[in-house]
Ligand binder design. Structure first.
Ligand SMILES: [Zn+2]
Ligand SMILES: [Zn+2]
Length: 124
């Protein structure tokens, strides 16, 4: 990679990183792209940077309503999803749930996704 290109990639990465790292709303690549639009960054670049960060363990990704959503909170936690406005909140996992991993031979457990559904305060 040329130093020039290297510098540009670093800047793009920084932009995407700063945009997602403090967000609690589990944005999609499109949400990140929309927020960074004034910087001139492309959607494909946003996707690439996000997926690199998932590979590096900086972000977690999961599917929601047919979209990949990104989550900077990588420690085990559950989600609450409002079935009216479709917002996603981080909530604690019930204690000891990680101890209930199924004892199935010949599989490697990679994780647990738990989503509570309901109606949030502002939609009630
Ligand atoms: Zn709601
Ligand atoms: Zn989360």
């Amino acid at each position: 990679m040329s130093p020039q290109r290297n510098k540009r990639v670093t800047r793009q990465r920084q932009l995407v990183h700063e945009c997602v790292i403090d967000r609690k709303d589990h944005p999609s690549a499109n949400d990140v792209f929309a927020e960074l639009q004034s910087s001139g960054i492309g959607l494909a670049t946003v996707y690439r940077q996000l997926s690199n960060m998932v590979d590096e363990g900086i972000l977690r990704s999961f599917e929601h309503s047919g979209q990949i959503r990104y989550d900077p909170l990588v420690t085990p936690h559950a989600h609450f999803v409002c079935t009216v406005c479709d917002k996603i909140w981080d909530v604690d996992l019930p204690e000891n749930i990680l101890l209930t991993a199924p004892d199935v031979s010949n599989v490697d457990i990679e994780g647990l996704e738990l989503t509570w559904k309901g109606i949030c305060e502002s939609c009630k």
